[in-house]
Design a protein. Structure first.
Length: 271
């Protein structure tokens, strides 16, 4: 059904960075069920044979974590039998880098400005700040509340997928907290997170090439279009400082019913 590279990755040319969050082992010997929750980039290029392959995944709900502007610029396709759920994680932020990626890389005339804004290590600082926002923004709390409420619903038919634009930051935090609440160890959570550098960066070669052709240094884009361990570490640090642990984040940050973590474990773990 799927072409697996990193055991979790699903190879679709039109949807890079698509992977199954199943298969990871938990600290107490369980395993996350495969074929139930997927993560990816935006879906607007999904076409041809990839549509058939995507349909075979059995996805019936797509949770779109992008801003209104991002969704308007590149709307997901209308997929038969698939419910589209918009969840704007960064609605309360005007500075978060993931929501401005298209501005940064799409206009060659802006290359000089982007190089100035992002060079000298500033891109990594901006990205880490964004991850801390994702943990604390009210709009992020509301979005992830709806996501995890839906995922915990026992009657939810079929599989679910969540995505943002590049499937690495807003999506990365959703995946990291999902795996963490299920009991997957921190090392494995980071393994999933860092797979983005293998699954996404090769697909973005045209973006790097266009940026370079316009006079930019492609190395400036790497901290923005890839992921770094310190980004996710910063998010977990923010979570711990504000809410203590993953249970506190779900309860006090996201405002979820205390039963939700156990409902998620019951639904997504093989004992």
């Amino acid at each position: 059904m799927t072409d697996l590279t990193h055991a979790h990755a699903v190879s679709l040319a039109t949807v890079p960075n698509l992977r199954d969050l199943g298969g990871w082992a938990t600290a107490d010997g369980c395993r996350v069920r495969s074929g139930l929750v997927f993560r990816s980039t935006e879906l607007h290029r999904l076409a041809g044979d990839d549509l058939t392959k995507f349909d075979a995944l059995g996805i019936t709900a797509v949770f779109d974590l992008r801003t209104v502007a991002e969704r308007s610029a590149a709307p997901d396709p209308d997929l038969p039998g698939v419910a589209e759920v918009p969840l704007d994680v960064l609605a309360d932020s005007s500075t978060a880098m993931p929501a401005r990626l298209n501005e940064v890389v799409a206009d060659p005339a802006a290359v000089a400005e982007a190089s100035e804004v992002l060079g000298g290590g500033k891109a990594a600082e901006l990205m880490e700040g964004t991850y801390r926002q994702i943990v604390s923004l009210p709009s992020a709390h509301a979005a992830y509340h709806r996501l995890f409420t839906a995922l915990a619903e026992p009657a939810q038919p079929g599989a679910a997928l969540f995505h943002c634009t590049t499937g690495k930051d807003r999506t990365g935090w959703a995946a990291a907290t999902f795996l963490t609440v299920l009991g997957v160890g921190r090392d494995e959570v980071f393994d999933d997170y860092l797979l983005t550098n293998d699954e996404l960066i090769p697909a973005l070669h045209p973006v790097f090439a266009a940026f370079q052709a316009a006079g930019g240094d492609p190395d400036v884009l790497k901290p923005v279009l890839g992921v770094q361990r310190n980004y996710l570490e910063g998010a977990f640090e923010e979570m711990t400082a504000q809410f203590g642990d993953i249970e506190g984040y779900f309860r006090d940050g996201l405002g979820l019913d205390p039963a939700v973590p156990e409902q998620l474990r019951k639904r997504y773990l093989d004992q």
